[in-house]
Design a protein. Structure first.
Length: 78
């Protein structure tokens, strides 16, 4: 199974949030959405400041980029 990396990023800051071994890209996107919602709920001071969850595969290729302040409240894809 592939390994994925999840980073909280802004224009001037990157924080390694998590790594996970998952079934594939869609599972990684789902985890990225869940992390973005956790940031919205747990760190509301970051909303509106350009923060995103960057999802990368084990080769470093971008799989998804999810803006934490532009997610629908139902958790579906934007």
């Amino acid at each position: 199974m592939p390994h994925y990396h999840f980073d909280l990023i802004s224009t001037d800051h990157t924080t390694d949030v998590s790594d996970a071994v998952l079934d594939g890209d869609e599972a990684a996107r789902k985890v990225g959405r869940e992390l973005a919602h956790q940031v919205c709920e747990g760190r509301p001071e970051l909303i509106g400041k350009g923060y995103e969850i960057l999802v990368r595969n084990e080769d470093g290729d971008e799989i998804a980029r999810l803006a934490v302040d532009q997610l629908p409240s139902d958790g579906s894809d934007p």
